[in-house]
Design a protein around this ligand. Sequence first.
Ligand code: FES
Ligand code: FES
Length: 210
Amino acid sequence: MDNDTRTRISRRVFIATSAGTAATLAAPLPAAAQAAAAAADTSPVQFEVNGKRHELRLDPRTTLLDVLREHLHLTGTKKGCDQGQCGACTVLVNGSRINSCLSLAVMHEGDSITTIEGLGTPERMHPMQAAFVKHDGFQCGYCTPGQICSAVAVLAEIKAGVPSHVSLDLTAQPLLSKQELRERMSGNICRCGAYPNIIDAMQETAGGTP
Ligand code: FES
Ligand code: FES
């Protein structure tokens, strides 16, 4: 066998071996193995949403927003920017507001989460929802669930005496002024510009004059 023939054979053997290896690698895993692999990539978490307990196995990279919308089908919470800039995804976790697009669901073990669906219903609205309707605090409505969840938490923050960036005296009870409310709601963007009416709704809900 001359050198040329040897080279051609070894090329043929190499190509055939490679093709066989690739086919082996590309072959689908049996269903049981696929299920085991999927389970190994997930983490367990349990939390309450609107008073209902949920036990889930999730890809640890899943955001709370995606779990609410895609897994639990609570689509009242909206996805706007998906990067913490607009506030459309605001929900309450143990009474405090968060941007659910910035929070991994597996971080909420044992938490109590409230979405717009848990605040009230069209028949039995939360006072903040009723005030938004009364004061026309929305136009297209896309930002509204986040605005309302945020507004509810803002009033709780003021009641608890939590100061804001515009509070003049950090030790005094914060005021229910328009300036305070605007500052505290500044993370919730409304492209329809319903801001003045949202502030009126908040003041009325808090018992102040709109
Ligand atoms: Fe979360 Fe915009 S969608 S802040
Ligand atoms: Fe349209 Fe706020 S009501 S974005």
